[in-house]
Design a protein around this ligand. Structure first.
Ligand code: HEM
Length: 549
């Protein structure tokens, strides 16, 4: 029989149990042939494990503060006022953050949390919210449940112990204006079913929500495949068979296959990127340094009922980390075809949010069977891999959102304005006001004049009418603070503290993260700076920076 949890005492951690037990389960199934009993036992244990990994009980609160639930109508008015319906003026609303970090941020979000609540019911007990992801930076959105339990994600040409991801192919484009033509078939789409919805075959379907996050997912699929090749080549050349050139930690783990070792390399490099590349672009450096040196002050999962396993803090998932919604632009210079012709000679027109939403399964691929070849991303325009002049910059971090976010593709009857959804969600989750959180942290709250500045004719009247300048929804507060304290380029005091502590906590609480297993580990894959690894290094390593040239 398979034990699903006992024997680890106070130090017992969910992921350890998962790694151990899933391997045992696999062996049970592999050694099958011993009748249905073994299979039944395996599937029953797997289900119990699944309920613990994916079931309710993985959300919680960082702060015990009064819930702020103003009237819905007031929140709807505010959400609508926050969404600009005037043409974008990049000269006025650029941040200094490369735009790729927006969608890397979305990709990370989809790795660590998925609130499975249907509709907008009020929720008082966070333990009742169903969490659809493991609350760790383990890339379960990429790996799914692994090659044995979710073989559809993987390339059938390789055995599970050397599993590579399946990739999708693009649809060649011919016959349009000359610059539209990209006649080659590229392995640069998500794998998709041939159904009407072009359903993506990936670990989390939200990574097909727009073309840029989908292309980010493709980059990570390729990253794993490439790392798998490297591990394979190194270990095959490794005469003493110890694989030491690649990964000493893996040697301790006699159960691991090449797939496990590659997955761990991928995860650790990704975790390094989150802490050292991503966060350093977004969070106040002093607060980040303070969390590193002095530890977390507010995100505490040692207490009951969490007992050492990280939970998803609602202040993060329902408010602070949604700051990324303000980074989204209405238009991008996407590649040599879809860009502003004044910036990129010969280009047709820029990639708008509407188009980027359309070239997804939900958007019916704008009528194409798979991603058209001329919609493969040019990463030089999103991360600093080449000429900084080419970069799209994220929109300034502030409470004004792109106009395209007025028109999300949503379930019937649900709000299609993203800002309205965020504000209603914050209220349903019973989040506190920004001012209350600031006081609980011991920082000076923004004044009503700072929240609602005199000059703003659109949002200030709404804020004042509903007293939101004195008691501000947390998500709005974090955005306003980012504009005032971070110059629109990074988060302010409250936002930085929530986001920084959450990421450190997720890594510290995961017994398999590099921070827990080998805190002095530094990246081993090729990089521009020794002992470092950035998203630009990852893209260079994958060697797929601008496939359409
Ligand atoms: C075009 C890009 C994006 C779109 C269209 C989008 C859309 C959405 C939608 C519709 C939701 C569910 C809202 C609700 O009903 O509560 C959501 C949730 C969320 N989004 Fe985004 N998002 C985008 C990018 C981002 C980025 C860049 C970040 C952060 C850097 C982010 C962070 C989050 C978080 C934390 C949640 C809550 C996740 C959960 O716990 O389920 N999103 N987003």
């Amino acid at each position: 029989m398979v034990g699903v949890g006992g024997g680890h005492g106070r130090g017992f951690r969910l992921r350890e149990a998962e790694d151990l037990d899933l391997d045992q389960l696999d062996r049970l199934v592999d050694n099958g042939g011993e009748g249905e009993d073994a299979e039944d036992a395996a599937s029953a244990a797997r289900m119990r494990l699944g309920n613990r990994v994916l079931g309710p009980g993985r959300f919680g609160r960082m702060f015990r503060l009064p819930r702020f639930r103003p009237p819905d109508q007031a929140l709807i008015e505010l959400g609508q006022a926050m969404t600009a319906d005037v043409p974008e003026n990049p000269a006025q609303n650029n941040s200094n953050v490369p735009a790729g970090f927006t969608y890397l941020g979305q990709f990370i979000d989809h790795d660590i949390t998925r609130d499975e609540t249907e509709g907008f019911p009020p929720i008082n007990d966070p333990q009742l919210i169903k969490q659809g992801r493991s609350v760790t930076l383990d890339l379960d959105s990429l790996y799914g449940q692994g090659p044995k339990r979710q073989p559809g994600l993987y390339n059938p040409d390789f055995p599970p112990e050397r599993a590579r991801f399946r990739l999708g192919t693009t649809t060649p484009v011919t016959g349009g204006p000359p610059n539209f033509n990209v006649p080659s078939i590229l392995r640069n789409d998500l794998p998709r079913r041939p159904d009407e919805r072009r359903t993506p075959i990936i670990g989390d379907d939200r990574n097909d929500e727009n073309t840029i996050v989908a292309q980010t997912h493709v980059a990570f699929l390729k990253f794993h495949n490439k790392v798998m090749n490297v591990v394979n080549a190194l270990e095959d050349d490794d005469n003493d068979g110890d694989g030491s050139a690649t990964f000493t930690q893996a040697e301790e783990d006699s159960r691991s296959t090449q797939f496990h070792r590659a997955k761990r390399l991928v995860r650790w490099h990704y975790q390094w990127i989150v802490l050292n590349d991503f966060l350093s672009h977004l969070v106040d450096p002093d607060i980040l340094a303070d969390i590193k040196s002095n530890g977390r002050r507010f995100y505490d999962f040692d207490r009951a009922p969490f007992d050492g396993e990280p939970f998803m803090p609602l202040e993060f998932s329902g408010a602070a980390y949604r700051f990324g919604h303000s980074m989204i632009r209405d238009t991008y210079d996407f590649n040599r075809v879809f860009a502003n012709p004044q910036q990129v000679p010969g280009a047709s027109f820029p990639a708008t949010l509407d188009l980027l939403f359309g070239f997804t399964g939900k958007g019916g691929m704008n009528g194409a069977p798979t991603l058209p070849s001329n919609w493969v991303i040019d990463w030089r325009r999103f991360f600093p891999v080449d000429d900084p002049e080419l970069l799209n910059l994220a929109r300034r971090f502030d409470p004004t959102l792109a106009e395209g976010l007025l028109r999300l593709i949503v379930d019937p009857g649900e709000p299609s304005v993203l800002a309205v959804r965020n504000l209603l969600r914050g209220s349903r989750l019973g989040l506190p006001t920004g001012q209350d959180v600031a006081e609980a942290m011991g920082v000076t709250p923004l004044t009503p004049f700072e929240v609602a500045p005199q000059g703003n004719q659109i949002v200030t009247p709404v804020l004042r009418r509903h007293n939101f300048d004195e008691r501000t929804p947390l998500w709005y507060y974090v955005l306003r603070e980012a504009r005032l304290q971070g110059g629109g380029n990074r988060l302010g005091e409250v936002g930085s503290r929530i986001v920084g502590e959450a990421f450190f906590g997720l890594l510290e609480g995961d017994p398999n993260s590099f921070l827990s297993k080998q805190p002095d580990w530094t990246p081993t894959l090729p990089s521009a700076e020794p002992n470092d690894f950035t998203m630009s290094d990852l893209l260079k390593f994958v060697k797929d920076i601008n496939p359409i040239g």
